[in-house]
Write a new protein. Structure first.
Ligand code: PEP
Ligand code: MN
Length: 338
């Protein structure tokens, strides 16, 4: 349920109303002081609360039942876009943020060389997996803690905030220290124990859509994190499974405007895992920006042939540089900047 308050309702009065609602109905309240209006979101079992009773509050302009099961992620609860600050980036604001780097951290030299290159070209965040969830147990599993250490070092030398994927709730303490954004990969989007742990911390989460999950399920996973109190969630479309085999996954471009209408959270797109081929990354990245993505996560490797994972979809630095130029033009065409 949400209560839209009359314009100009003073803050102390909003707090009084929240206290009254919590006491009377045993729900949690979330007042949002937006640019246009003040809204109180009610979370908990609101099914038995009579709308007519709530409408008796003098300052209530309108009372609405929220049908969707996601509440804190719902745009109805929070009409303004949420921005998530990561270093100097304000994700969800006018500037489209590009996070680039290798699929996996392979050595200290490798991550340093790639970080320097993507920074020079204009990326403002660095990606690199240390714990790699691979389909095959015989494939490279990542450098694990050693990889995180290299990321931390590179963060110090380049100043780039780093993003890395967590695979297990036991890793949370380590990630708190080593990375700026914790990525939840497609395979763990519904690892609810992990999501609950991530709700308890205060660090931005990049939540990737599972390849067989609906948009609603993605939002429910965001809700798991947010209901714990961690509201800094960035969603990421990375392609879904379809019958089509010419791409690794099918990039669901429509997920971008759909998410933008349903939620206030920023939306990233990962064209690399959607495409599976370097040659397809450019058009998908441009389409994502044109469709309203707030940021991109792109795999870049200085030597894709020797990459220990996902070489075929990695852009070399010169190709990434050419893409960034095109992205700047697309961003400008749709009223954004890069
Ligand atoms: C990744 O970003 O390294 C990754 C494994 O992506 P996804 O979880 O989307 O497959
Ligand atoms: Mn990868």
């Amino acid at each position: 349920m949400i209560i839209i308050l009359k314009n100009g309702t003073p803050k102390p009065r909003v707090e009084d109303i929240c206290a009254l609602l919590e006491k009377k109905y045993g729900v949690n309240t979330h007042p949002i002081f937006g640019s246009e209006s003040t809204i109180i979101g009610l979370v908990g079992d609101t099914s038995l609360i009579p709308v007519a009773e709530v409408e008796m509050i003098e300052e209530a302009e309108r009372v609405l039942k929220v049908q969707e099961p996601y509440k804190r992620a719902n745009r109805k609860f929070h009409p303004d876009n949420t921005t998530v600050e990561v270093g100097a980036n304000r994700i969800g604001d006018k500037r489209v943020v590009v996070c680039a780097g290798p699929c996996a951290v392979e050595s200290e030299d490798q991550i340093l060389v790639i970080a320097d290159a993507v920074k020079r070209i204009g990326a403002t965040m660095l990606r690199g997996g240390a714990f790699k969830p691979r389909t095959s147990p015989y494939a490279f599993q990542g450098l694990k803690a050693e990889g995180l250490l290299y990321l931390k070092k590179v963060r110090q030398t380049t100043g780039l905030p780093v993003v890395s994927e967590i695979t297990n709730p036991a890793q949370v303490d380590m990630f708190m220290d080593f990375v700026d954004v914790i990525q939840v990969g497609a395979r763990n989007m519904q690892n609810f124990e992990l999501l609950k742990e991530l709700g308890q911390i205060r660090k931005p989460i990049l939540l990737k859509r599972g390849f067989s999950n609906s948009i609603r399920e993605l939002l429910m996973s965001a809700e798991y994190i947010m209901s714990g109190g961690n509201t800094e969630v960035i969603l990421c479309e990375r392609g879904i499974r379809t019958f089509e085999t010419s791409t690794r996954n099918t990039l669901d471009i429509s997920a971008i405007p759909v998410l933008k209408s349903l939620t206030h959270l920023p939306v990233f797109v990962d064209p690399s895992h959607a495409a599976g081929h370097a040659a397809l990354v450019e058009p998908l990245a441009m389409a994502a920006v044109a469709a309203g993505a707030d940021g991109l996560e792109i795999e870049v490797h200085h030597d894709p042939l020797r990459a220990l994972s996902d070489g075929p979809q990695a852009l070399t630095p010169p190709i990434f540089e050419a893409l960034m130029k095109k992205l700047a033009a697309v961003a400008q065409a749709v009223g954004r900047e890069l």
